[in-house]
Unconditional design. Structure first.
Lengths: 399, 82
């Protein structure tokens, strides 16, 4: 029996499991292979929708479905947390104490927000990285009657890199419509030396900040929040007073991969950029080339869980899943991975809202940076249609 | 500053292989965990580090001790002063 265990029921875990089950249908029917997904909640959330809750266009109950309903019926779903991964004996210990043995392991445990790592974050900052937080931000925006809005980022990497820029643009549009723009000063704090990590996207976005009259501060990562004075202090010790603070919380990978000795303290799994196999150490030793670091032959990571220099976004997981599925299926069937799904090229594709009913598209891979088209209504509608059809397409491998 | 006059390095952050803004973010993290007077060296293969890190160091009011080209990477040395 070849046992494939997938940890995590997000985009990456769900799609990988479905694709593996499809490829191994006959072996599963013959009792020679088994696919199991372990998920902590048994509920699959469409996280890109949270931003729209904050903007008043989405409801939380529409953004969650039972994980079981998205999985191929030949996949076993175990609703439990993961306490330990032991690669030496190829087993996973669950929170309940149950142990699952595996021949092939897929780690899709995602990222998590750790607002507690920044003092005063919870009390002072609004964000949109959970349905509840996004709903609170909506209430705060409804109550806002003018003043200083500061939008910042407390640490890189974080989920959905364009999201804070999108929120800045959407909030600015909303305030203009509500007649509050003249009474409001908006400041965007970018932690790096440009508006966005990818240069071409930064070049596209920077003029939009100017057009909208949003002050763009560079090298201004959120370092501290002074709750008493209502001031953000950046990593470079500059102060920005706020009446409403919207801030991306710090992020980390899953604690279990750190506790299991597979990832450093940050929790991002060292991952091969093409095969998506987990590396046995995070960094090469002096004189050692990266390609000489041994990879676990049967342990893969995808989505937010990896340390790859790519967007932490559902789209990344979406385009990585076919590679992991092909490599796992090939290993089960005792063959070499085949075709364009044998190796990941770094493909990512995502929409980018700029407000006023316009959007653009970011499509790129390791070799080709994005060339975003001029923002227009088409790509805004593209994002809306994608959001509405997600449940029927992405997790089931239909796109 | 010449290489022979370099003060002793308190912490070396090996950010080689990390892309923009990884080396800068790792330096900021390292600075937070260091003491005033510590000297921190960042090793980076990312071309942007040579410009971005000195800019941030200037903005934050720390001291840039030097940017040195090594074999296949840059070493940027910074003193924490606040």
């Amino acid at each position: 029996m070849q046992r494939v265990v997938v940890l995590g029921g997000g985009v990456g875990g769900t799609l990988t499991a479905n694709l593996v089950a499809r490829k191994l249908k006959k072996l599963i029917a013959a009792g020679e292979a088994q696919v199991t997904v372990v998920d902590a909640t048994g509920a699959h959330a469409y996280q890109p929708g949270y931003m729209y809750i904050a903007m008043g266009n989405e409801r939380a109950e529409k953004l969650v479905k039972p994980e079981r309903s998205l999985l191929d019926r030949n996949i076993e779903l175990v609703v439990d947390t993961v306490a330990r991964i032991d690669t030496s004996v190829r087993s996973v210990t669950l929170g309940s104490g149950q142990t699952l043995g595996y021949e092939h392991l897929v780690i899709a445990t995602g990222s998590r927000i750790v607002p507690e790592e920044l003092p005063n974050f919870d009390a002072e900052a609004q964000h949109f990285y959970s349905a509840e937080a996004a709903a609170r931000l909506r209430v705060a925006l409804d109550a806002f009657t003018g003043g200083k809005i500061v939008i910042g980022i407390a640490g890189i990497p974080y989920k959905c890199p364009p999201a804070p820029l999108e929120v800045a643009f959407l909030v600015e549009s909303e305030l203009r419509e509500r007649g509050l723009r003249d009474k409001t000063e908006i400041t965007f704090l970018s932690p790096i030396n440009r508006a966005f990590t990818i240069e071409s996207v930064s070049d596209m976005a920077t003029p939009i900040f100017e057009e909208k009259g949003i002050r763009l501060e560079l090298l201004a990562g959120v370092g501290e929040i002074d709750a008493e004075r209502k001031v953000v202090i950046t990593d470079a010790f500059e102060e920005h007073p706020y009446d409403l603070l919207i801030c991306v919380p710090p992020h980390r990978g899953a604690q279990v991969v750190v506790d299991s000795g597979l990832a450093p303290k940050s929790g991002w799994l060292p991952t091969d950029r093409h095969t998506l196999q987990v590396k046995t150490i995070a960094k090469p030793a002096p004189g050692q080339a990266d390609e000489d670091i041994p990879r676990y032959p049967n342990v893969y990571a995808l989505g937010d869980a990896t340390d790859l220099p790519l967007s932490k976004a559902g789209s990344t997981a979406h385009f990585e899943a076919p590679i992991v599925a092909e490599r796992v299926a090939a290993a089960v069937e005792g063959r070499e991975p085949e075709g364009k799904e044998a190796s990941y090229t770094g493909k990512v594709m995502c929409f980018f809202e700029v407000g006023d009913g316009k959007g653009t598209l970011l499509q790129f891979d390791y070799e080709h940076p994005p060339k975003p088209p001029k923002p227009n209504a088409f790509w805004h509608l593209g994002k809306i249609v994608f959001n509405k059809t997600y449940w029927h397409t992405v997790p089931k491998g239909r796109v | 500053m010449t290489e022979t006059a370099l003060p002793p390095i308190t912490l070396t952050i090996d950010a080689r292989g990390s892309f923009c803004p990884g080396p800068l973010m790792e330096l900021i993290r390292g600075m937070k965990e260091s003491e005033v007077g510590d000297v921190i060296a960042v090793l980076s293969t990312d071309k942007g580090s040579k410009t971005d890190i000195p800019k941030w160091v200037g903005k934050a009011g720390h001291t840039l001790i030097g940017v040195f080209t090594r074999d296949g990477f840059d070493e940027i040395v910074v003193e924490k002063v606040r």
